[in-house]
Design a binder for this molecule. Structure first.
Ligand code: ADP
Ligand code: ASP
Ligand code: MG
Length: 412
């Protein structure tokens, strides 16, 4: 029999009524002849509450205990869904990460899945006709044998990894929107649902801020060629809509130049003024940040007029802003800069599309459109299938809407 993974996010399991609705989606697929593994998130808001409690308990919390606490949300929904399925006459059992087991690295709070034993799940299908309800977001560290979590949004990754482990023919990610849109529909009501999106584009969209899928889930789907759909759990279970298929570029017939616009508020800008203009200075700035595991993204070095000093601007994740400033101040005499300026009220807006490979001037049109709206660009980066601009956060919606219309993405 064909196997199927169905993942339900926080809004989809927010209360008992929604969990009953999930059971109806599962019953439909079982009736269609699938062996089903379900992956669930915690009820919406639960993980935030648990994270909040950890921070309240201890400012510099031990990430092993953080994982023990925040993984509990998924355990509750897995158990509840198994109970509801049983109540509907469907054999089902819940699985926690360590029971499968889903083995991960030891980096608590953002662990990577290393290995999943699909055999016990398959035995449940074959021997008992049982639906496997698996707690998403969690695993077991191979290093210290303790519970780990996979980083925020990690249940998407649990689902795709389980699909690979049990050889599922499809992985359906059910959420509160009916697919992947040209941009976040909460910001742009005119955003359009895409029938298909290429793995590479989805990877960029997710990395650049579209939180509809966790980045690692897209990496895994791409690597293992898992047919993955993003679809709505809020649809009537008896009349399901197909959603968006994440697929190979070749499987998309009508390719646009720009497929989507993403934005990320998780950025902070750092500018060092009057940096000595000599070989080795970039290394002196960025090596200590790399050693502290701080990801530097956009970098601009201004050519100096006098060949003596220059200005250097770059971005780091907003969560690392304070640590970055502290590290640079500590290394100030070694690096040799006059002053450090920082801003966290910035947003990175990106346009993504595999069509950019074969079209020139795509980014230039955006620069013009943004300047026509009086929006100042602070930094730019480009690569083969995307470009990003850093602007003041107050202009987020205006800039996203401007680019969305510019590239013809608005719904008719
Ligand atoms: P879940 O709890 O089901 O995992 P998430 O909140 O993680 O759901 O992801 C779904 C949300 O992602 C949507 O409600 C939407 O606001 C947001 N989102 C951001 N960018 C996009 C996009 N391009 N297409 C669809 N949804 C998007
Ligand atoms: N519950 C976790 C979170 O909110 C994981 C997930 O929902 O994917 O981040
Ligand atoms: Mg999510």
């Amino acid at each position: 029999m064909s196997r199927l993974v169905m993942k339900f996010g926080g809004t989809s399991v927010a209360n008992m009524e929604r969990i009953r609705n999930v059971a109806r989606h599962v019953a439909r697929e079982r009736k269609a002849g699938f062996d089903v593994a379900v992956v669930v998130s915690a009820m919406s808001g639960k993980t935030n509450q648990l994270v909040g409690w950890c921070k309240e308990a201890s400012k510099l919390y031990d990430t092993r205990e953080y994982d023990a606490v925040v993984s509990s949300g998924e355990q509750v929904t897995a158990g509840l869904l198994a109970l509801v399925l049983q109540d509907c006459g469907i054999p089902a059992r819940s699985w926690q990460g360590w029971q499968v087991p889903i083995l991960t690295s030891g980096s608590h709070g953002s662990a990577r899945i290393l290995d999943i034993d699909g055999a016990p799940l398959i035995e449940g299908f074959d021997a008992r006709g049982e639906v496997a309800v698996i707690a998403g977001f969690q695993g077991l560290s191979k290093e210290d044998r303790r519970i780990t979590t996979l980083g925020r949004g990690g249940s998407d990754t649990s689902a795709v990894a389980i699909a690979a482990a049990i050889g599922a023919s499809r992985c359906d990610i059910y959420t509160d929107v009916d697919g992947v849109y040209t941009t976040d529909p909460r910001i742009v009501p005119k955003a359009r649902r895409l029938d298909r999106v290429a793995f590479e584009e989805m990877l960029e969209m997710a990395s650049l801020g579209a939180k509809v899928l966790q980045v690692r889930s897209v990496e895994l789907a791409m690597r293992h060629k898992i047919r993955t759909f993003v679809r709505s759990s809020l649809d009537d279970p008896d009349h399901p809509q197909p959603g968006t298929l994440i697929c190979d570029e070749e499987d998309i017939v009508e390719q646009q130049v720009v497929t989507g616009i993403a934005f990320s508020r998780d950025e902070a800008q750092v500018t060092l003024r009057q940096v000595a203009d000599r070989p080795g200075v970039a290394a002196a700035i960025f090596m200590p940040l790399a050693e502290a595991n701080i990801n530097v993204d956009m970098i601009i070095q201004v050519a100096s007029e006098d060949s003596v000093t220059t200005d250097m601007t770059f971005t780091v994740p907003a969560a690392e802003f304070e640590r970055t400033k502290a590290i640079l101040h500590k290394a100030q005499s070694q690096i040799g800069f006059a002053s450090l300026h920082g801003a966290s009220d910035v947003v990175k807006i990106s346009a993504i599309g595999v069509g950019m490979r074969s079209h020139a001037g795509v980014a230039a049109r955006a620069f013009k459109a943004l300047s026509d709206k009086g929006i100042n660009i602070r930094a730019i980066t480009t690569s083969e299938i995307k470009f990003s601009v850093l602007i003041e956060a107050a202009y987020t919606e205006l800039a996203v809407r401007t680019l969305h219309s510019l590239y013809g993405l608005d719904q008719a």
